[in-house]
Design a protein around this ligand. Structure first.
Ligand SMILES: [Zn+2]
Length: 462
């Protein structure tokens, strides 16, 4: 008598990312409801019968990839004529003032929705099943997270959303941002059935006063919610903190009692060795965004050193390139050349930074990050189109980082439901959705060209 399951994935090369990093050649994964109920050798057909049988011959079966940090709205500016109109920024601060802050003050709920729809499509297509998004839209704060949630739910992904609270112009603006996070957390975080949850986000320590830091920490404690902030991305962050507070950003956060193991520090490009020790001591996590850091020319974060110190690091995209395989490859390469040491960063470490490490960061390791019985069924199937050498348990990590492309991701399962099959996204009409997004973007670009201006505002003097 065979047990009935919902999905049976058979004959695949299963990269479990379990504690012992077991790889099963010619294995099966049985899924019932939203969970994996069994992982074994063979096709599993002697034990199970399924509504949906998926032949994974010549496929790598991997836990869904997890993106530690993104901004869906970052997609809205790809190729924009706005870049032709402005004086090219010469540093990180000008980059914010001339590009991102000129954009975010114009954003509406609809544009946030459209960007999340596009971002979710791009994530599915590159095998990302879990992400953490942060929106900045100072003139569309109230309710904006519901619009992003709607798009994410339509595509069928899992993730965390937050509003980027900032005090660029006033404390009130920052408080409103935190309120939006609180509203969303109250609405979603206690509801087991919801795939999209809320977290608390502060923009960066150079746009946030001590008062807002303390309010954010209190909220996190009240709701047992995660806290995140851009930290030491550009030198402006370091100089501002030294000038106003006499300490560097991570030192200031520690003094304020902000840093704990529920904090995700994003970037940490300019941290000193002492600050790395503080991060380790407090148990805070780091989201690394190699490609965004290269684009913004802010420098190279000391990621290998952080890992050597035992800091938990995950890979994000910071709203730049949504193809996670590109971000993994960039992370794999940049630290080798920066340290002039080819031993730095292994393919397995890169995969850990896109699966189990992110699960640990978001405190969902009991549910996500690996393919094991009892965990939620977030799984992707990859068929390498041009593997130069045999793909097996000994070579698979190298292939995943060096030869696989996002176009090789064929099938995506989230929470036990098929979201993409043979590269077709199932829950939405992809072509119509992309047409819609492009129409919204064209209108936004007109608005930007008409009304866009440099936003020179930074935090008021305390
Ligand atoms: Zn960011």
């Amino acid at each position: 008598m065979r047990d009935k399951v919902d999905i049976l994935v058979s004959n695949g090369l299963i990269v479990t990312m379990s504690e012992d990093r077991r790889v099963v050649e010619n294995g099966y994964v049985a899924i019932s409801g939203d969970r994996i109920i069994d992982v074994g050798i063979g096709d599993g057909k002697e034990k199970y019968v399924a509504e949906e049988m998926i032949d994974a011959r010549n496929h790598i079966v991997l836990p869904g990839l997890m993106c530690a940090h993104t901004h869906f709205y970052g997609l809205l500016l790809t190729g924009s004529p706005w870049f032709m109109k402005i004086d090219p920024p010469t540093d990180f601060q000008q980059n914010l003032q001339r590009i991102w802050w000129a954009l975010d003050v114009l954003l509406s709920h609809e544009e946030a929705y459209a960007s999340a729809l596009m971002g979710s499509i791009e994530f599915v297509k590159s095998g990302v099943t879990f992400f953490f998004d942060n929106i900045s839209a100072p003139n569309a704060i109230n309710g904006v997270l519901d619009y992003i949630e709607k798009a994410v739910n339509e595509v069928g992904l899992r993730g965390y959303l937050s509003f980027e609270a900032t005090q660029r112009r006033s404390l009130q603006e920052g408080v409103e941002g935190l309120k939006e996070n609180e509203r969303f957390i109250r609405k979603n975080n206690m509801d087991e059935a919801k795939l999209v949850k809320g977290a608390i986000y502060l923009h960066a320590s150079f746009t946030v006063s001590n008062d807002l830091f303390v309010r954010a920490r209190e909220l996190a404690d009240k709701y047992h919610a995660l806290l995140s902030i851009h930290a030491e991305e550009g030198l402006v962050d370091v100089y501002h903190n030294i000038e106003r507070y006499g300490v560097r950003p991570i030192e200031r956060m520690e003094k304020l009692g902000f840093l704990r193991d529920d904090v995700i520090l994003v970037h940490v490009v300019n941290a000193t060795d002492d600050e790395i020790k503080i991060i380790r001591k407090t148990g805070a996590h780091v989201a690394h965004n190699a490609m965004s850091n290269m684009l913004n020319a802010v420098g190279v974060a000391k990621i290998p050193e952080m890992i050597e110190h035992g800091i938990n690091v995950g890979i994000g995209n910071d709203g730049y390139i949504f193809d996670h395989f590109e971000n993994m490859r960039a992370t794999y390469l940049i630290h080798k050349v920066w340290r002039r040491d080819p031993r730095v960063m292994t393919p397995l470490q890169i995969l850990e930074m896109s699966t189990v490490n992110v699960a640990r960061m978001f405190k969902v390791w009991k549910e996500l990050g690996s393919i094991e019985a009892g965990k939620k069924a977030d799984i992707i199937l990859i068929k390498p189109e041009l593997p130069s050498t045999p793909v097996n348990s000994k070579t698979v990590y190298g292939h995943l980082i060096n030869t696989v492309n996002s176009r090789d991701v064929k099938t995506v399962i989230v929470n036990g439901k098929l979201v993409m099959k043979d590269r077709v996204i199932l829950n939405i009409d992809e072509e119509k959705s992309i047409d819609y997004v492009h129409k919204v973007v064209e209108k936004l670009w007109d608005k930007l060209l008409d009304k866009g201006e440099y936003q020179l505002d930074v935090l008021e003097k305390p």
